[in-house]
Structures are given as C-alpha cells and as structure tokens.
Design a protein around this ligand. Sequence first.
Ligand code: PLP
Length: 407
Amino acid sequence: MIRINENYTKLKASYLFADIAKRVTAFQQANPDKRIIRMGIGDVTEPLPEACIDAFHRGVDEMAKRESFRGYGPEQGYAFLREAIAKHDFQARGCAVEADEIFVSDGAKCDCGNIQEIFAGDIRIAVPDPVYPVYVDTNVMAGRTGPNTGGRYTGLVYLECTKENDYVPALPTEPVDLIYLCYPNNPTGAVATAPQLRQWVDYARAHKSIILFDAAYEAFVRDPAIPRSIYEIPGAREVAIEFRSFSKTAGFTGTRCGFIVVPKELKAWDDAGNAHSVHALWNRRHSTKFNGVSYPVQRAAEAVFTPAGQAQTKQLTDFYLANAAIIRAAMEKLGLACIGGDNAPYIWINTGRDSWEFFDLLLNNAGVVCTPGAGFGKCGEGYIRLSAFNSRANVEEAMERVRSVLS
Ligand code: PLP
C-alpha cells in the first residue's frame, strides 16, 4: 500500500482564492448583466515590452536553423543572461554580485518553494504575517510544522507586520534559523528602509541564520533611499539569498523567468558543526532537478537590460504605479487608511471591519473583487488588498463604483 507524505494533510487548503471564486461565481449567476471588475489579481495585464518580444522572436528563429539551434543549455542559465543581470541589476547599483552567483529559473515561486529543501528538517522558520503563502506551505510540506490551529501552524515563528511597526517586523524574541522577508511586500505594498534591513542582516550574522529576501517587486521602488536589493546592506552577502523575477518587472508571468542570487560566502552547517557552501548545495540541487529555462525566453529576459528594454520596462511599471496612485487616492478620499502603492503595485487598505464582510460589500454593491487580507494571515484581518495590475479604464471605473457605494 503506497503511503502519502502526511504533511500534505496538514495544509490548510488554499481556501482564499477558491472562496473568492465561489462568491464571484454566485454573484455573476445572480447578476448576469453586471460586469465584474477584478481588482484582487496579482497578474499583469499589459503585453511584453517590444524589446523582449523582438529578442524572443529572434531566439525562436535561431531554434529553426541547424546552425543556430540549441538543445539543453546550462542548468544555471546562459552566461549572456547571468552576466547581464549581474552587471545591470547589481554591480551598477554598487552590489558585489557575480554572474556565477546567479541561478536562472522559471520564476520566483519555484525558487521560493524549492530553496528550503537544502536545509535541515528541524530548523526554525520565521515567516511574516501577512505572508505570500508559498513560504509557509512549502515548509508545511517538508514537515517543519505541526498542525494548523486557529489559522496558524504550530512550530512556525510568525513575524507580525502591523501598522505599529510600519509593516516591517521586529526581530524575533526566540532564535530562528531561516527568515523569509519580502520587500516591496506582497500583500501590504510596504517597503523596508536600509536601517530596518540592517537590523535583520545584523541579527542573521549574530545568530548564523539565513535571510531569504524576496525582491520580486523591486522594479517598483521609486524612492532612491529604499534598497532594491538586500546586498545594498553591508554584510548581507554572508547571510542572504535573494529572489528576483521578470514576472512583474517585464510582464513575464506567462513567459516564466526569474533567478536567485546565492553568494559564495554564504555558509550553513552540518550536525558535526562543519561549514558548507550554500552556493555549492544549491548548485547541486538546481542542476539535479532543473534543466534550464528555454533559450528564447532567456533571450527575451536579456533584452530587459538593453537601453530600449530598460525604458520599456520602466514605462510598464510606471503605468501600474499610476494605477496604484489612483486607487490609493480614491481610498484615502473615502477616509480609509492605506499603505503601499507608491513603491509597490499593491495597496493595503484598513477597512475598519471584517475583511470578508468588506469583500462582500464591494462585490455585491459595486461588482468589484478585492482580496480579503485575512486570507494572508491573522494580521491581515480587517484589511483588503487591491492590485494595480489592471487596465486604466477598469481602475477608474472600479474606483468610481466603490466611491458611489461607500460615500
Ligand atoms: N514572490 C512574491 C512575493 C510574489 O507575489 C510572486 C507572484 O505573485 C512570486 C514570488 C512569484 O513570481 P513568479 O511569477 O516569478 O513565479
């Protein structure tokens, strides 16, 4: 009798998006003529930048000819892409990251989920609350938690992100080994300042911990004082892995490309206290289980770093940030306290009432779908998340509808 990994039975099924879908379907059935506007989604709406499309096409054409055809590429990514990333995303901003410390992948979700595999099963995990659920669920699957009781897994350390701490958690009072941080943040849209990140880097150095820094939304940072990479913080190379994605930067959600940075200085220890290179461990894992991102996609990603690609991706993120500004202004005008939207594509809105009650109010009276904050963790109760990934016309109409319902 084949037995299952019973840790999977602990997973609190992803009720959030299933629940949203159920309520939206019921509303649509009851109101077949009403056009629903989805302001909850975290998927992009605008097409790929022209520079990426041109490079993508050229890559496909190369695959069509014997002379330029390519089979398996390096599992870690082609040198042309790794070098472009190192130069433009890091070295140009004063971060000492080398091309061979970059591992190209099919997106940050897989990387965030897979990374925990190279660490011991009994390490202590700290996750933010509210949280991008992948960090939690993959540790549940790996058996690092007990059951979910009252909305939280036993065995995890929850780092509360609240209005009181500007949505950047305080250092834990108990020791932790692996720390997930995400800035600009999904779902709150908050950013972390250099002094705030320095505290975490100092903590990790003092406790021999590792920070997993998810910078999937770094392209939305406009404030020059806000770090776009954890490696802007002195000492971070010894204690941090960074996750990046082309998904939101350049519209690659359906094209798939991301990468992680694993500095060569980063160490973790075995039971006997011997230090091991995390870079070497990850290289082993990545090259054993992954066979590389397709060549045309890597060419399309490389094009992000051309002058045209840089201008076009900036235009894309500017467009979404302008949507975010419209949403935030509309919500604040209605007297609701918000954060996010200025250096991030999400706006986190304090509704002053139950998240789901507010969700139903917007759906049933305005035909607008949001994401209830409670779905991201206990600290999300009372909040909703609105996403700036939409057409301008939809954003404007949604805000008009919400205005007429709430004012
Ligand atoms: N990390 C965060 C915080 C995200 O919000 C997302 C996507 O929504 C991802 C990672 C995944 O990105 P990718 O499309 O590269 O898998």
